[in-house]
Design a protein around this ligand. Structure first.
Ligand SMILES: [Zn+2]
Length: 148
């Protein structure tokens, strides 16, 4: 399992527990290169969550891809990779618990932003500016207002 931070392929399992009411096993892994801890889930193959983009195309929800985007948004901010990992886990379990197999990329972005808003303003704005394609200044200031 490739480390989401440095890309190294070797990691060790530091914790393993049942999740989603026994439907999956959650493993905490530690990268043997950089020491970053991240989470993997083992579960019976099920329908993947599809993320539909504005142009109508869709792709399979990819934890690691979201992790990379968030690591960039949170660069040099006081947010540990562990917090980012937990943020993604909470999104994934919300999607799975709602039995949703499909989500619009914009809605996924909103789910991320809702969680980032409580964590760090700078990371929120960085992520918002990349993830939402703001049509105009008004829309951007609306997003800033949401910061409260
Ligand atoms: Zn690493």
């Amino acid at each position: 399992m490739r480390c989401p931070s440095c890309g190294y392929l070797e990691s060790k399992v530091v914790d393993s527990r049942s999740a989603d009411e026994g439907a999956s096993i959650r493993r905490r892994r530690e990268c043997l290169e950089c020491g970053m801890r991240f989470t993997t889930y083992e579960r019976i193959a099920e329908n993947p969550i599809l993320v539909t983009k504005a142009d109508g195309s869709s792709e399979v929800f990819d934890r690691q891809k979201l992790m990379r985007g968030l690591l960039i948004a949170c660069a040099k901010r006081p947010i540990t990779p562990e917090k980012i990992d937990n943020l993604i886990s909470s999104i994934e379990s919300e999607l799975r618990s709602g039995q949703r197999n499909e989500i619009r990329s914009r809605d996924l972005g909103d789910m991320v932003l809702a969680r980032l808003a409580g964590l760090d303003d700078v990371a929120y704005i960085r992520f918002a500016s990349v993830y939402k394609d703001f049509q105009n200044v008004e829309e951007f200031s609306e997003a800033l207002k949401d910061l409260g």
